[in-house]
Design a protein around this ligand. Structure first.
Ligand code: ATP
Ligand code: MG
Length: 393
């Protein structure tokens, strides 16, 4: 008898055409997350199996809980598909349980096995009742559900079930660039987009010396937490000070945020095109602040027709906070370092900005040149869960 982890896929099994891509990507993602452990992973069309070292079990399970594309997984006993071996294993398993009621559920994918699933469950049920006189069957609300999966050569028997995150394996649905500010919202937007299978990198607009190195480190730390759910993240840090100073100097203060965001979007568009990303993602949520009214979004979005995904568009702040606590970014997000938006924020930002007014103000300075310079000077920080590496482009 040998223990293995049996993995059932999430939504991906419904996408027939893409099934191989999804399974292979999930396989690679799991392999990468478990690279520090002695494991043997095998993939099949509807299941994956991981052989592992018993001492590593808890750590492996905690890694699997953070991988998108897993529906459920189970620690199962693997035995050869014959009745006597299955019965012996069940006796051993039940000896260790302190329960009063049980139910047997059999799934038979090897149709050559000559007993139906229902009959096999009944037969095993009577076998258990004969061997454990104190146990009773309860088909509606059993304390213990004994699952038996019968396959051609091996069968898998388990009583536990762990919930995976669902979603699609990261990397199956293209590449995207997230605007990551260090606040509560954008890391949640990152997480939700990654759950859709998008491989993500991040952009942080920085206004040194108005913003601190702590603010930058906070964003790097958020990336580090987010690598729990994805692979390495490239964080592009854009020097944004000069542009912000120009906005402050040349534009009507009530329009500062509108114009600042138009500049951010312009830079984002250039970056995604230059580096072949397919979408821009951010943490905007309708109505949350003045720059996120529908009129504001219309005026800001006018600078690009590149697809922008806003996973939080229709979520309440409380819903967003709950997700950020669940994914582990909340405590870092609430650290009180100011970012570029909070520093230059006007007292009364315009709620319904006009496009023509914005364009007239922008004509007062050569933003195109500043944008190109900012992109030329960007810094890349390569973040993975183990180390952080700084690089100049
Ligand atoms: P967050 O909590 O993510 O900071 P927010 O509610 O403060 O969001 P805004 O400051 O209006 O909202 O920003 C909206 C979105 O724009 C952010 O969620 C983020 O995606 C992006 N953004 C804002 N500031 C920056 C920045 N300095 N660098 C990168 N992206 C930014
Ligand atoms: Mg913010």
């Amino acid at each position: 008898m040998k223990k293995v982890i049996l993995i059932k896929y999430g939504e991906l099994t419904t996408k027939k055409g893409n099934r191989n891509l999804f399974i292979n990507t999930l396989y690679q993602n799991i392999k990468r997350k478990l690279k520090n452990y002695e494991v043997n992973i095998t993939k099949e069309i509807s299941r994956m199996y991981i052989e592992f070292n018993e001492n590593d079990l808890e750590l492996i399970l905690s890694k699997l809980k953070n991988i998108f594309g897993l529906h459920t997984f189970h620690v199962a006993n693997k035995v050869s598909t014959n009745e006597q071996d299955i019965k012996n294993t069940i006796i051993n398993m039940l000896k260790q349980e302190k329960i009063k009621t049980f139910k047997v559920k059999t799934k038979r994918s090897d149709k050559n096995f000559n007993i139906s699933s229902v009959d096999f469950s009944k037969m095993i049920g009577s076998f258990i009742l004969n061997n454990f006189k104190k146990l009773k069957v309860d088909v509606h609300n059993p304390e213990l559900l004994l699952n038996i999966e019968i396959r051609q050569y091996y069968s898998y028997i388990y009583t536990n079930s762990y919930r995976g995150l669902g979603g699609y394996p990261v990397g199956t649905l293209g590449r995207g660039l997230v605007m990551l500010s260090g606040g509560i919202d954008s890391p949640v937007a990152f997480y939700l987009a990654a759950k859709r299978g998008i491989k993500l990198d991040a952009v942080y607009f920085e206004s040194m010396p108005y913003t601190s190195l702590e603010a930058r480190n906070k964003v790097i730390n958020l990336c580090k937490i987010l690598t729990n759910y994805t692979d390495n993240i490239n964080l592009y840090i854009i020097p944004f000070t000069e542009i912000q100073e120009a906005i402050y100097k040349y534009t009507d203060n009530t329009y500062a945020i509108t114009i600042m965001r138009r500049m951010m979007y312009r830079i984002m568009e250039k970056l995604v095109k230059k580096m072949n990303y397919q979408t821009i993602i951010n943490g905007e949520s309708i109505g949350q602040v003045a720059s996120q009214t529908l009129t504001s979004l219309l005026v800001v979005n006018e600078v690009t027709n590149f697809p922008i995904i806003r996973p939080l568009a229709c979520l309440d702040k409380l819903e967003i906070i709950n997700i950020s606590k669940k994914i582990g970014t909340y405590e870092t997000s609430i650290l009180p370092y100011e970012d570029c938006c909070t520093i230059f924020v006007p007292k009364h930002p315009v709620i319904n900005p006009k496009l023509t007014k914005s364009k007239i103000m922008e004509e007062k300075f050569d933003y195109e040149k500043m944008i190109n310079q900012a992109i030329e000077k960007l810094i890349i920080v390569k973040v993975n869960s183990e180390k952080i590496k700084n690089e100049l482009l």
